[in-house]
Write a protein that binds this ligand. Structure first.
Ligand code: 16G
Ligand code: MG
Length: 559
């Protein structure tokens, strides 16, 4: 790099020294820590985003958020040109940048990387980075640090998009790079018009009653609740009440999708008076969605309808529309395109959901935890549906299939307008516009669930009855060094330390339908344990005994 560029980096980075003695790592979905530790990291990620933009000749996104974590935490997620997560090849560079001890080392790292990747620095190229943040109070100053990082690369421009959900920012980055309309209003308009289209296509006589019409949403006291209030104003055809929209309570405190899914209790603001009503919960940056219904007689207990069941509902609907579309087409090659349809889950998927999906004739693949893995796998299909049990997921449509579908839809509009086949084509097209193609999105997911339930005439109970979850339990174990655990086969088998998997197998075999796995967290300094069995007591016992094993093998010995 030339002297001018070098001296800008040296002088601007000296204003953002790294906190002494702290090592931050890129993790599963970006950097996350106490907000007071993050200025330097966010500044440096600003530099990385500018370089990535130069390298890809595309718009990049930076989102300041710590998702479902506590309000005093914050973090930064990076959106690649496709709207997906940062390419994994760049993660080591992100790690190295964040941990460079001083400005000189930082400048050297950048210089080396620019040379290695042939990044067109100082070649009059321009770079553009869209910035978003959630509602955390630390967001504004961190956003400023990101801007300073971005503009310390010559030719790079930072565009502040304001307070957004994470999926909104990813959607905008994708739209910008496809030269599509990309404002927040465009996002809302696309969601509301495709939702309306699905509602207008509901078969006459679907059994909809008043109870089924109403949904109550927990906004986690975060950005999702705020945005839903805006969306609600332009939505037509959905009776929605929003609670925990952030005007009073604390972000993620006793509220939100992560809390509801992990604790299996109703969030604050919900109680026995809501028994029987369809309820949904978003996480702090609105990229996760779960449903639940409050039980009338127990203290805040709920029936949880998690990401696995959302996945099952989506898969069922898509499969039904595809088979209607291809009905009676026999061997007519050009008319009957049989798209590949695949479902992607992680080891956290409840075994009952996997059994159900298999019985429904769907192809299921497993990947490690983390959206970047699921998304990549789902993109291998014409229609790939992925979900984590925690409620993060979406449906991806391949360009090739959408192109064919568009053509088929126009043809059907001419030859058999309003036929079942034509409606199925229109529904699939509407789903592809409603559901976020960049990343899992609680707002668009919610609208799709609502549209499908109305289409089926189903209550939340009918939906929940698709299958019965096997009782499960999750625990976390504090260890000296979680990286000692190495897993394979989508995190279902531990290959290091030696011997631990054999011990897990022996323990698990004691429980009918027992299933158990351990994995190092990608976001916290812990090892996570998941156990499943036929009764809650058995799942609890299995999880506890495996947690003890983990502790024996690599803990502090303090079980
Ligand atoms: C991050 C991931 C989420 C995953 C979670 C696991 C993204 C956008 N988010 O929040 O998908 O389930 O990490 O956390 O990839 P853990 O590694 O601490 O269990
Ligand atoms: Mg989130």
């Amino acid at each position: 790099m030339n002297e001018k560029q070098r001296s800008i980096i040296l002088s601007s980075s000296s204003r953002f020294p790294p906190p002494p003695g702290v090592r931050l790592s890129y993790g599963t979905a970006g950097f996350r820590a106490d907000s007071l530790l993050l200025e330097s990291t966010v500044f440096r990620v600003g530099i990385l985003a500018a370089l990535r933009s130069l390298n890809t000749h595309s718009v990049i996104g930076l989102m300041i958020t710590a998702s479902h974590n506590k309000v005093s935490d914050n973090g930064i997620k990076i959106s690649d040109p496709s709207g997906g997560m940062l390419s994994q090849d760049w993660e080591p560079f992100a790690d190295a940048l964040a941990n460079a001890p001083d400005s000189q080392h930082l400048a050297q790292l950048i210089d080396d990387f620019v040379k290695k990747e042939n990044i067109p620095l100082e070649e009059a190229e321009s770079a553009e980075i869209l910035l978003g943040r959630d509602t955390r109070p630390s967001g504004e100053s961190l956003l400023d640090a990101a801007k300073q990082g971005i503009i310390s690369i010559v030719g790079a421009v930072a565009v502040d998009m304001g307070v957004l959900t994470t999926p909104q920012l990813h959607w905008m980055v994708r739209a910008r790079n496809k030269a599509m309309k990309a404002t927040e209003l465009d996002y809302f308009n696309q969601l509301s018009s495709s939702f309306r289209c699905l509602i207008d296509l509901i078969p006459q006589g679907s059994a909809v009653n008043k109870m089924n019409d109403n949904v109550v949403v927990d906004g986690a006291n975060g950005v999702g609740g705020e945005k839903l209030e805006v969306l609600k104003k332009i939505l037509n055809g959905l009776d929605m009440e929003i609670r925990n929209s952030g005007k009073e309570g604390v972000l993620n405190e006793g509220v939100g999708a992560d809390y509801v899914q992990k604790e299996k209790v109703a969030p604050r603001g919900f109680g026995p008076a809501d028994a029987g009503i369809r309820c949904a919960s978003l996480d702090g940056d609105a990229d996760r969605l779960v449903y639940f219904s409050v039980l009338s007689n127990a203290n805040n207990k709920i029936d949880l309808v998690d990401g696995d069941k959302i996945l099952s509902l989506f898969a069922l609907f898509i499969k039904e529309q595809l088979s209607t579309l291809n009905k009676n087409e026999g061997d007519k090659e050009n008319k009957c395109y049989r798209p590949t349809l695949g479902v992607v889950q992680t080891a956290y998927a409840n075994g009952a959901s996997t059994d159900y999906l298999k019985q429904s004739g769907l192809e299921i693949m497993f990947t490690p935890t983390g959206v970047k893995y699921l998304h990549e796998k789902a993109a291998e299909y014409d229609i790939g549906i992925y979900f984590e049990a925690n409620g993060h997921g979406t449906i991806l449509f391949s360009e090739g299939f959408l192109h064919w579908l568009d053509g088929r839809n126009s043809e059907l509009a001419l030859t058999s307008k309003g036929s079942e086949q034509h409606k199925a084509a229109m529904r699939l097209l509407a789903v592809s516009k409603l559901i976020n193609q960049a990343v899992g999105d609680a707002l668009s997911g919610l609208l799709l669930v609502e549209a499908i339930l109305k289409h089926m005439g189903w209550s939340i109970h009918r939906w929940n009855e698709l299958y019965h979850d096997l009782p499960s339990k999750q625990l976390k174990v504090k260890v000296v060094d979680r990286s000692v655990i190495v897993t394979e086969k989508a995190e279902t088998v531990v290959v290091r330390p030696l011997g631990i998997q054999e011990a897990i197998n022996i323990e698990t075999a004691k429980y009918p339908r027992g299933r158990c796995f351990v994995r190092p967290s990608g976001t916290e300094d812990v090892v996570r344990v998941y156990a499943e069995a036929t009764t809650q007591e058995a799942a609890d016992n299995l999880a506890s005994s495996i947690a003890r094993l983990v502790d024996q093998f690599l803990g502090f010995g303090n079980s």
